[in-house]
Design a protein around this ligand. Structure first.
Ligand SMILES: NC(=O)c1ccc[n+]([C@@H]2O[C@H](COP(=O)([O-])OP(=O)(O)OC[C@H]3O[C@@H](n4cnc5c(N)ncnc54)[C@H](O)[C@@H]3O)[C@@H](O)[C@H]2O)c1
Ligand SMILES: O=C(O)[C@H](O)COP(=O)(O)O
Length: 525
């Protein structure tokens, strides 16, 4: 039974779903990195929010880990390249808390416009400072949206409902989508110059880090109010403090900080500064949503191989998974076969699906071929890290889809380009289930690819099979199955034998020494 660790506070629905789906679950929150390192090796899955930092060190200790599930959106607390390199799938729940976070941004905008926290503190201190607090209306003000994705677009919608004018800066926002959202697409400088309020809704990346730098803050309108419910690091906090102190910035509300938990900050106590402790996603509704979603996704993956919302692997629905399973087995065997047989550097690989296979999601088939190919050189390769390793090694990957049926109702063909030219193998599924090799380097052959095998290329001449049988028999190697193919009578022939014992290098050399043998090598699947 797969075992999952929930390491951050999560709605109890998550644990309930794991158990209902046949996944064992432990809930252990608040562990230090060292403590987490000591226990992570027992788990197949790790369910987190933003507190647990899934670093390379944690991943190195996570010898059984297959999936990290983030109950939320931001995955900047997960070292995704390290997870990919170790073959660990990383998933998030990209929509479960978007409305809640957008509402928090709007709440903070109101808090700034009417100085609600300070007015509340003053009133409860018995001061009744009616003349101290003079707010501004939101109606007809311009809201500058930096990042117009899921949350940004909900904020824009709510702001338009408040009769605000919304201008948006997002390099990936198309003009059509901007029209649909009812926002004006502008460049960053225009946004900075025109906005009365600025709200940030981008991930933290190399491009967005310090997007509100001292230089950019200086380009804002005097009195601008700034809200950040996205990620700490998008704003230069020191420059923000200076802007608030000088009065150029009229107010700032931060839910997120460069260093979290933010137990101290020069911003604390600054007039017109409002803060919350990373509460953007903290509503009952959002937490139930993300807990259910992450547990369902992780259980699907661990129990049936379905992949949803993975950041380092193509999606595969729980319905598709059983249909694709035999194809992935076939694809992995074909990848492994070319990996074992093709010598020298490979510059490209083409994965072609034909007939019934062309109706399926091709990405998992490609991943399985690459995993089979790469596993020849490394034990730690799987479908998650294989595409990354292929890219790292400069292997060009092409996918070809051919819906017309050929000789077989379904076919997967893998062709690699080596220094010696193109080498191609193809396989089908018998009864839609059983993988069979049907073509090897242009020669028709029909074979199972399983267990220990011996691959031989020889000249098609009488007497050879007898000599081969004697050699194997004398070495105590029993032949299980025997598959033969040839280009033409008397020409090049291929033999694929499954054998009950591993073929030692000495035995392979003995076979190579037989008259007429061009190649003989051991294969394993
Ligand atoms: N405070 C919280 O508790 C909380 C809760 C949920 C999400 N978040 C954070 O909010 C952020 C946005 O979430 P989302 O779901 O809207 O993500 P999203 O991926 O849907 O949208 C992000 C948008 O940012 C845009 N973008 C990327 N680089 C940009 C750049 N250089 N300049 C301008 N725009 C750029 C993208 O094109 C995209 O449209 C994430 O960082 C997420 O982690 C915070
Ligand atoms: O990216 C997110 O989803 C938010 O930052 C929420 O983080 P949390 O799950 O720690 O509240």
């Amino acid at each position: 039974m797969p075992k999952v660790l929930i390491s951050d506070k999560m709605d109890p629905k998550a644990a309930q779903i794991f158990r209902e789906r046949g996944v064992e679950v432990d809930e252990i929150t608040g562990k230090t990195p060292e403590e987490l390192k000591a226990i992570i090796g027992q788990y197949d899955g790790l369910a987190i929010r933003s507190s647990t930092k899934v670093t390379k060190e944690i991943l190195d200790a996570a010898t059984n880990l297959k999936v990290v599930g983030r109950a939320g959106i931001g995955v900047d607390n997960v070292d995704i390249p390290a997870a990919s390199a170790r073959g660990v799938v990383v998933m998030n729940t990209p929509f479960g808390n978007s409305i809640t976070t957008a509402e928090h941004a709007i709440a903070l905008m109101f808090a700034l416009a009417r100085q609600l926290p300070e007015a509340d503190a003053s009133t409860q201190a018995g001061k009744w400072e009616k003349n101290r607090f003079m707010g501004v209306e939101l109606t007809a003000k311009t809201l500058g949206l930096i990042g117009a994705g899921n949350i940004g677009s909900i904020v824009a919608d709510r702001a338009r409902g408040l009769k605000m004018k919304v201008v948006a800066f997002d390099p990936f926002l198309t003009p059509e989508r901007a029209i649909e959202m009812g926002v004006e697409k502008v460049d960053l400088d225009t946004l900075l110059a025109r906005a009365d309020f600025i709200t940030l809704h981008t991930p933290l990346t190399d491009q967005t880090r310090n997007i509100l730098s001292a230089e950019n803050l200086a380009k804002t309108k005097k009195g601008v109010r700034i809200i950040n419910c996205a990620r700490g690091g998008l704003i230069d906090e020191a420059a923000l403090k200076a802007g608030l102190d000088s009065g150029h910035i009229g107010g700032a509300a931060l839910d997120v900080f460069v260093t979290e938990p933010a137990k101290e900050s020069p911003l604390f106590g600054t007039p017109n500064f409002v803060s919350t402790p990373h509460l953007g996603a903290s509503t009952t509704e959002a937490q139930v949503n993300v807990a259910i979603q992450v547990a369902e996704q992780m259980a699907d993956f661990l129990v049936s191989g379905g992949v949803t919302n993975a950041l380092n692997m193509p999606s595969l629905s729980a319905e598709e998974a059983p249909k694709l399973k035999p194809y992935m087995a076939l694809a992995e065997k074909l990848g492994s076969l070319v990996g074992q047989l093709a010598h020298g550097a490979l510059s490209s690989i083409s994965i072609e699906v034909e007939g019934a296979a062309a109706e399926l999601n091709q990405k998992p088939i490609t991943g399985a071929v690459l995993a089979g190919l790469m596993r020849v050189h490394s034990d730690t390769v799987n479908m998650v890290n294989a595409p990354f390793l292929a890219k790292e090694r400069g292997l060009e990957v092409r996918e070809v889809r051919n819906e017309r049926e050929g000789d077989y109702h379904t076919l997967v063909r893998v062709t690699v380009r080596t220094e010696a030219g193109d080498r191609s193998v193809a396989g089908t599924l018998f009864g839609n289930q059983a993988p069979r090799l049907v073509e090897l380097f242009g020669i028709k052959v029909e074979a199972d690819l399983a267990g220990h095998m011996l691959y031989i290329v020889n000249e098609d001449a009488p007497g050879f099979i007898g000599r081969l049988g004697t050699t194997l028999g004398e070495a105590g190697v029993n032949i299980g199955t025997f598959h033969l193919g040839r280009r033409n009578a008397g020409g090049e022939a291929i033999l694929l034998l499954s054998v009950d014992e591993p073929v030692t290098p000495e035995l392979a050399a003995q076979v190579r020494a037989l008259p007429g043998v061009r190649t003989a090598m051991a294969l394993a699947f």
